[in-house]
Write a protein that binds this ligand. Sequence first.
Ligand code: PG9
Length: 629
Amino acid sequence: LTASMPAHAQQAGKADGIFQDMPEKFVLKDQDFDFVRKDIMIPMRDGVKLHTVVLIPKNAHNAAILLTRTPYNADHMTSLAESGTMTSVLQGYDNMPDVIADGGYIRVIQDVRGKYGSEGRYVMNHPMRGPLNSTKVDHSTDTWDTIEWLIHNIPESNGKVGIIGVSYDGYTALTTLIHPHPALKVSVPMNPMVDGWMGDDWFHNGAFREEMLPYIYNQDATPKNTLKWWSRDYDNYQLFLNGVSAGSIARAHGMEQIGFFRQILAHPAYDDWWQSQALDRILPKEGLTVPTLLVHSLWDQEDNYGAIALYYALQKVPASQPDLWLAMGPWNHGGEIKEASTLGPVKLRSDTGLYFRKKILEPFLAHYLKDSSIPLPARVTAFRTGTNEWESMPALSPQDCTTECTVLQLATHHGLTLNPTTKDAETVQYVSDPEHPVPYVQRPVISKNLPGSEWQWWLASDQRNAASRPDVASFTSQTLTKAVSITGQPLVHLTASSTGTDGDFVIKLIDVYPDEVPDQPEMGGYQLMISADILRGRYRNSFAHPEAIPANTPQTYRMRLPIVHHTFLPGHKIMIQIQSSWFPLYDRNPQTYVDSIFNATPDAYKPATISIDTAGSWLQVHQTSPSPL
Ligand code: PG9
């Protein structure tokens, strides 16, 4: 057949009946680009090769390398534009072209093992080598091997490497700090996952984040996320209500096939499995030896625990202090890498993301990667919401307030008193019914990746809808006549009883706007959550050893809320809301003690009457005077 084909037809393609369309390997014509792209399979010490995209500015000479290690597709993260400039290609997740491209860095993005172009097996929470990982590799060795390869194979580099990333990629930026490569000069973990049980992605104080099931499914069922979570309900509230427990709905999706989900089922409590992976426990033992800028978002809907927990844990280790920096701002998860002149509906009057990138991140990287004469930012830079000003300080105030504290005391008639000398006793009751749990946003609760989802900014959503429900107890101060400035992690002390034998408590600290806000009328009466979290009652005495709640017997519930740095302005009120569900972000507590809530059967889910003792319930937090930059 070939012989009978004309020569030009033979050249047009293979002689297998049809011309060859897609080339075996397309050669990029990049002569007009301002960078060179290389796709490299870098070998690790166990022989596994990791797909690594390297973008080298064409004028690079003696340039530093900025590395990100990700499960989110290195190809996608380096090909987001149709133009051939680093600035346009490096848009989106983790990139920040105004710092990375404009800074002349060599950009390296690597798929972690088992995801997208990399070989090997993916493990969602990849334990470091030790009792939970008897192989010879982990994220730390993979980063070490990658850096070793990069500094010896990229002649345009100055031999200095920084690692940077948001969320999962912030977690990989942290794991790198364990036995770091000597060429690693700086790490910037932004909104990192640090402890998946205490308060980051999977649980908060023992309550399971049921809406993370689709994430686990998408990430862990296939290497390239080819299978997607499916649902016949548009409203996640309905979906998860019908599903009964998180365990049963996951099983209906076949999720016992996923090893990480089997671990979640096997470890509902804060046992050794979780504790031994928590980076705020591991890193202080190792000690920090590489300059590290932790970045925390004050309205982070995904990882609002890790950066601050780690900051406090490292602060306690004198040898680690010289290498520790913190920046925190009015952002949602990863909001610092974008335009950030609003916080949900709240106008901040300046682009706080740009400020962070230009005034904090850029000099920090440049000092360690380019020129040590460039001044470093302050040890702690924090944006104060309310007054909307940046402040700097040598360190965060201590985690628990002992002096100069503001006490917000629950009072009679749903009141809240500031620093009272006496306490008013009253019992406030509500019925928590698992058949009608309190939605965390207004229904329909739309999945994160669908249009109309409120996920990105739900922490700043108006809490009036919750306040008007009979199963949410609200306590409100008088209108403030002078500003109240607070900072730190509010400590909750709640005294309550329940007719059930298990139950959850959600505590929300809220800034209530005046009824009229002349320059932004839609903010009139707005209830802006400043900080909030959930505690699963069975863990009130021990996170590792759950205990049933004795019915009708007052119990003390203590928890630390996520950090705040806020001023309640004159004319505003302070509110605390208490409720016993936050659905379907958190799975429902059946309110009857069962061994594992993942296996709770429909008959276990029972209404319970909750009685709050106002005199025994308060919240305590540092009072501060604003100290503008
Ligand atoms: N919050 C996401 C995540 C981090 C770590 C583990 C699992 C999920 C993320 O945004 O990457």
